[in-house]
Design a protein around this ligand. Sequence first.
Ligand SMILES: NC(=O)c1ccc[n+]([C@@H]2O[C@H](COP(=O)([O-])OP(=O)(O)OC[C@H]3O[C@@H](n4cnc5c(N)ncnc54)[C@H](OP(=O)(O)O)[C@@H]3O)[C@@H](O)[C@H]2O)c1
Length: 277
Amino acid sequence: MHDYTNTTTVVTGASKGLGEAYARELASRGAHLVLVARSSDALNTLAGQLRKAHSVRVDVIAADLSDRRAAQTVADTVEELGLEADLLVNNAGTGSVGPFLGRPLEPNLRSVDVNVTALVALCHLLGARMVERGRGGIVNVASTAAFQPMPYQAGYAATKAFVLSFTEALAEEVRHTGVRVMAAHPGAIDTGFFDGTTASVDPRAADTPARIAAGTLDDFARGRSVSYPGRAFNRAGTWASRLLPRTTVVRITGGLNRKLGFDDVRDLAPGLDSAAS
Ligand SMILES: NC(=O)c1ccc[n+]([C@@H]2O[C@H](COP(=O)([O-])OP(=O)(O)OC[C@H]3O[C@@H](n4cnc5c(N)ncnc54)[C@H](OP(=O)(O)O)[C@@H]3O)[C@@H](O)[C@H]2O)c1
């Protein structure tokens, strides 16, 4: 797939952040879209803007991907809409930050449900149909966090390690089917990922969602099986993780996250975001 024009892409987590940027970039490249997330108002607003700005069809599916039945609902709805997914961008993601034992369990479990379980289910349900048709693509959004254990983001980094391993294996399994599977590994992105907590992303050290979205889609169009769409420094960091002993790596990542204050994260009152704290 070198051209997104008139293809249909399902983008999960499209209501804000990187997923919204994927939707905007895909629409500007002529792709029809199915936008998935919980926030139906945000999805409908975005869908309206994209229809107005580009000659593309945009459908919305409001779904909570932490619910085990949601992936099937998404697949069924795509079929009921009379659409075939040419591309699936598994972008929806969430993660707890802070000391694992000092933070609530529920967000940790939810990140496994969304980042792992829903991603696997959507790959299975939509990927099987792509293989039947002999064409299609899947982009799974992992992270540079996938390459090493990360104290104070222990559960989140582990979900991304799963996405990395799963995506590489699936890409190899379908190599001769006409379906391509690619993992994307951004570093820090300037989104609201940590909203609701005292943790924040330093915008000076982060890429914009628009840059990451465009880079990922360019890499997929070029036929790459892996994308490092952010600044070069991020990719170099993944090599260090592969070369150094894991005990050394986990000490380093623990130290870096302590410097960012991730060992002492608190929830903010509703309505306050981390930039305001
Ligand atoms: N920000 C970073 O520094 C960074 C770095 C590397 C990788 N990533 C990855 O990039 C992806 C996008 O993250 P982001 O930074 O754009 O985060 P974000 O701004 O918090 O957006 C997350 C998106 O996922 C959706 N989502 C969360 N829980 C969901 C659920 N239960 N059901 C359905 N949708 C759900 C949200 O929509 P609703 O709330 O409307 O449901 C939202 O659209 C994630 O996979 C993340 O791990 C982020």
